[in-house]
Every structure is written in structure tokens, then in C-alpha cells.
Design a protein around this ligand. Structure first.
Ligand SMILES: [Zn+2]
Length: 61
């Protein structure tokens, strides 16, 4: 037997369920442990190329 909804979802309810998934949001920023610049967590610092206290990417000027 298939699961069957008892009441029909209105267009407003249905569309509200789908709506907030494409919203833009401000990225979370943390201070780099090496240079103090703001960068996203779990990503290489864009200013100095450091990640986990080591230089992993050479930063060109
Ligand atoms: Zn840095």
C-alpha cells in the first residue's frame, strides 16, 4: 500500500517548503592563525596560503 497524504498541500505550503534553499547567505569567517586575516574555516587562507600552521600554497603577489 502506498503512503497517501490525507490532505492536499496548498501551493503556498508546497512552495514554502522549497523556497529557502537557494538563498544567498554571508559566509562564515574566522581569523587566520598565521596572519590574522579573515578567511573561511577549513579552507586555505587566501592572504598567506597557510592551513593548519603550515604553508601549503605559495601566494603570488
Ligand atoms: Zn593567513
Amino acid at each position: 500500500m502506498a503512503i497517501c497524504p490525507k490532505n492536499k498541500s496548498s501551493k503556498a505550503r508546497r512552495d514554502k517548503r522549497r523556497s529557502p534553499n537557494y538563498k544567498m547567505k554571508a559566509p562564515t569567517l574566522v581569523k587566520c592563525s598565521h596572519c590574522g586575516a579573515l578567511s573561511e574555516p577549513h579552507k586555505v587562507c587566501k592572504a598567506c596560503g597557510y592551513y593548519n600552521k603550515k604553508s601549503v600554497v605559495a601566494v603570488e603577489d
